[in-house]
Design a protein around this ligand. Structure first.
Ligand code: IDP
Ligand code: MG
Length: 156
C-alpha cells in the first residue's frame, strides 16, 4: 500500500501571517485527504520530542522558541506517497532556495521562518503523528470524489 499518512505543521509564522488557509489549500487541492487537524500551541516538551534529531545544532534553541511562541495548525494528511508528495509541495528548507510554485518559495523569504513542517520519511511520519494526534483524532472517512482522485494503481 502506498497510501500513507504524514504530519504537516503550519508553523506559527503561517498562522500569524494569516496564510494558514492558503497553505492548507495547497495540500488539499492535490486531492490528498485531511484526516486530522487542530490549532494548538506547541509545548517545550513536545518541541523537544519533535525536534530531538536537531538537539545541539546552532539553530535548535531559536527553533524551539519560534515553534512554541504562538499557535500552529497540525494536520494529518493521507494520500498516495503522501510523505514525499507533501515535501515536494513544501520546497527546500530555506525559503530563498525553494522553487517558485512551492509553499516556501511562494510565501516566504526566511531560513527559519519557513511556514511549514512535513515529516521526512515513513518512519518519522509514524513517530510524529503519534506525538500530535491520538489515534481517534485521525478519522477514517470516504469522500464522494475519492473514486475520481486515486484508484487501485495508486494504492500500489
Ligand atoms: P526541514 O523542515 O526542511 O525538514 P530541517 O533540516 O529538518 O528542515 O530543519 C528543521 C527546521 O529547523 C527548519 O524547517 C527550519 O525552521 C529550522 N532550521 C534549519 N536550519 C536552520 C538554520 O540554519 N537557521 C535557522 N533555522 C533553521
Ligand atoms: Mg526535517
Amino acid at each position: 500500500m502506498s497510501i500513507e499518512r504524514t504530519l504537516i505543521l503550519i508553523k506559527p509564522d503561517g498562522v500569524q501571517r494569516g496564510i494558514a488557509g492558503e497553505i492548507i489549500s495547497r495540500f488539499e487541492r492535490t486531492g490528498m485527504k485531511i484526516v486530522g487537524m487542530k490549532l494548538m500551541t506547541m509545548s517545550p516538551e513536545l518541541a523537544a520530542k519533535h525536534y530531538e534529531a536537531h538537539v545541539g545544532k546552532g539553530f535548535y534553541q531559536g527553533l524551539v522558541k519560534f515553534m512554541t511562541s504562538s499557535p500552529l495548525v497540525a494536520l494529518a494528511i493521507e494520500g498516495p506517497k503522501a510523505v514525499d508528495n507533501c515535501r515536494k509541495l513544501m520546497g527546500k528548507t530555506f525559503c530563498t532556495d525553494a522553487q517558485g510554485g512551492t509553499i516556501r518559495g511562494d510565501f516566504g523569504v526566511s531560513r527559519g521562518l519557513n511556514l511549514v513542517h512535513g515529516s521526512d520519511s515513513a518512519e518519522s511520519a509514524k513517530r510524529e503523528l503519534g506525538l500530535f494526534f491520538k489515534p481517534e483524532e485521525m478519522l477514517e472517512y470516504s469522500r464522494a470524489v475519492d473514486a475520481w482522485t486515486w484508484n487501485d494503481e495508486d494504492k500500489g
